[in-house]
Design a protein around this ligand. Structure first.
Ligand code: FES
Length: 124
């Protein structure tokens, strides 16, 4: 299976790369399959809505594309909805990923959840 046009677009022009200084929450996860790393930063407003989100990754093209995609999906979402974004949701939004690359989309979904957990812990 080839990469979809959407995957290639997000890989070539990733959205929301970089970091947020003093984020509401941040999460870093490693992918045990390949050793790649991903960090997601979020800014959350008083209504628990994600206002800004950025990512940094040492990862493959599929990891970059899925991270870029998940930042576009999650911005403007209440955190409880963002927690429900699954790797399959991200892959669907990208018009599919090759099966051998599905593990790469775990990084984005897991890092987002870790960032939200971090935010919740700081705000309890
Ligand atoms: Fe490591 Fe894709 S090969 S995240």
């Amino acid at each position: 299976m080839e990469y979809s046009d959407k995957v290639m677009d997000h890989f070539a022009n990733p959205r929301n790369t970089g970091r947020i200084e003093n984020p509401s929450g941040q999460g870093t996860v490693g992918n045990p399959t390949c050793g790649d790393l991903m960090t997601i930063y979020i800014d959350v407003d008083d209504n628990d809505v994600i206002q800004d989100i950025k990512f940094e990754t040492f990862g493959c093209g599929a990891a970059i594309a899925t991270s870029s995609m998940i930042t576009e999906m999650a911005v403007g979402m209440p955190i409880e909805d963002a927690l429900k974004i699954s790797r399959n949701d991200v892959a669907d939004e990208l018009d599919g990923l090759p099966p051998v690359k599905m593990h790469c989309s775990n990084l984005a979904a897991d890092a987002l959840r870790a960032a939200i957990d971090d935010y919740k812990q700081k705000n309890q």
